[in-house]
Design a protein around this ligand. Structure first.
Ligand code: AMP
Length: 509
């Protein structure tokens, strides 16, 4: 077993470069020495002050802030399983998650205290308010490294999957595998070194925010936490803080590209050496626009999930050469495409992507059956349909659950979305299958039209007619102000699709 905690990385940098800035948020900052000391206090304060035993759960409801980072690292150093909850969660969502994992303590940011109180978590759950009781709690804790048996520190975080409906499933994440992932990152990307300054844009409650932030700190680099997503402020921060790396969800990258030419041209983005985009489908058109307007040679695409955070990555030199690919397996992973019977598909054919990975999660919290169903042998079933080309590059087609079975044909929701997204008046689109008396299931599209544009249904249908066979064309079009999206900006197709299936059985997946 690897006896190496995320906190150990910070401890080492605190020895080597104590005065270097590790974290910045607004006008506050922490050096590595200060961060390391606070991490020890968090760990001791959890064990001694709050009386938490290894394996007990603590929930964390806060926007990105310095305290979030020290809790994410410090609590697992005491063996406490830390459950990050997205700041936008409602009281009902918080209650559902807490019902599942039964935390003894909830750390809540003062701006979200009302949500935590409304969740009515019961008298046994202690609430510590960041911005009020937190500083006192931290100051009263001893700044010493707690001694915990390494076997009790492996499980570090519970990350609830971003599925939109049903019972939330908590993926148990091992910090030992994360340490390995962070170390391998330097070889995969060639950055995340002490010279780097990473801008944290996504929520630290989700892998997209925490993964690269902790990779950076572990590698001795600095992180700046961006306040709420605001495209103009993001590009200004990149220039003023001389940011070298960041990771952003596709929807946020699109929002940056919506900025007027003058704003982007005025921004100084020359310090950026790694602009990683991932977590949801990214269109080739967006990639090419990003390369042209933000910078060449810096764009990476990451493909990963809650259960295996890094599955593949497409490097900058391949962005224009390998259209729509998510790249090759991340160092350490091996990938196979299997059919419904678990047999490998022929080269070039489509199958469900399975990955055997040293970065894999430990299982779903208290759900042995779901955990077993998520694997075939040692391979994790991603639920993604993919094709691999003769150079080993992966192309994602759809989620298994998002295929539409229409009159005996299988329609790829992604293919139809890509066609519709090419229409100049379309700002956003999601395609899904709904029941249909004639063909069993038929294609329905939810669209967002660009502000100021008129797009009669007939025009869009004519556009599709030229590009898609009849069975792939949407039979119905819904116009929306915006599409429902999860924390990584992924469209929540289930939210769009499920209302049409109430009381009916959907045979796919
Ligand atoms: P989650 O566990 O919520 O992070 O969702 C993981 C899923 O997001 C993957 O199984 C893919 O379906 C999707 N996903 C992640 N990264 C990408 C990407 N780069 N391109 C397309 N889909 C992606």
């Amino acid at each position: 077993m690897l006896d190496f905690l995320i906190a150990d990385g910070i401890r080492q940098w605190a020895q080597r470069t104590p005065a270097r800035i590790a974290l910045q948020a607004g006008s506050s900052s922490l050096t590595f020495a200060q961060l390391s000391e606070r991490i020890e206090r968090v760990a001791c304060g959890a064990a001694e002050g709050l009386g938490l035993e290894p394996g007990e759960r603590v929930a964390l409801l806060a926007p990105n802030c310095l305290e979030y980072v020290e809790l994410l690292i410090g609590l697992p150093a005491a063996g406490v399983l830390t459950v990050g909850i997205t700041a936008g969660a409602t009281a009902a969502e918080l209650a559902k998650i807490c019902d599942d994992c039964a935390p003894r303590v909830v750390f809540v940011h003062e701006s979200l205290e009302a949500t935590a109180r409304a969740a009515d978590l019961g008298a046994d759950v202690r609430i510590v308010v960041i911005g009020r009781d937190y500083d006192e709690w931290l100051a009263s804790a001893r700044p010493v490294r707690p001694e915990v048996d390494p076997s009790r520190t492996e499980a570090a975080w519970l990350q609830y999957t971003s599925g939109s409906t049903g019972v939330p499933k908590g993926a148990v994440i091992s910090q030992h595998t994360r340490v390995l992932q962070y170390l391998v990152s330097a070889a995969e990307y060639g950055f995340f070194t002490p010279r780097d300054h990473h801008l944290v844009i996504g929520s630290l409650a989700h892998g997209i925010g925490s993964g690269k932030a902790l990779t950076t700190l572990f590698g001795g680099g600095a992180c700046s936490l961006a306040p709420m997503f605001h495209p103009e402020r993001i590009v200004r921060m990149i220039g003023s803080r001389q940011i070298t790396t960041t990771i952003i969800a596709p929807a946020h990258l699109r929002a940056l590209l919506e900025l007027p030419d003058a704003t982007l041209a005025r921004a100084d983005l020359t310090s950026l050496r790694g602009l990683i985009c991932g977590g949801a489908p990214l269109s080739q058109a967006t990639k090419e626009e990003a390369i042209e307007r933000i910078g060449d040679g810096i764009l990476w695409e990451d493909y990963g999930s809650t259960e295996v955070p890094v599955i593949a990555s497409l490097h900058p030199e391949d962005q224009l050469r390998k259209h729509q690919s998510v790249g090759r397996p991340y160092l350490g992973n091996s990938i196979v495409l299997l059919d419904g019977e678990g047999q490998a598909v022929a080269p070039g054919e489509v199958g469900e992507l399975h990955v055997r990975s040293p970065y894999v999660f430990l299982g779903y919290w208290k759900r042995p059956e779901e955990t077993a169903a998520a694997f075939r042998g040692r391979y994790y079933r991603t639920g993604d349909l993919a094709r691999i080309d003769d150079e080993g590059y992966i192309y994602l087609l759809d989620r298994v659950h998002d295929r539409i079975l229409s009159g005996g044909y299988t329609v790829s929701a992604r293919e139809v979305e890509d066609v519709i997204a090419d229409h100049p008046s379309i700002a956003d689109v999601a395609v899904f299958g709904v029941p249909d008396d004639v063909s069993g299931e038929a294609v329905r599209a939810a669209i967002v039209v660009r502000p100021g544009d008129e797009l009669p249904d007939g025009d869009l249908l004519a556009f599709c007619e030229q590009r898609l066979s009849l069975y792939k064309r949407p039979k119905w079009i819904d116009r929306m102000e915006q599409l429902p999206r999860g924390p990584t900006g992924k469209v929540l197709r289930t939210e769009l699709r499920d209302p049409f299936w109430v009381g009916r059985d959907r045979s796919i997946g």
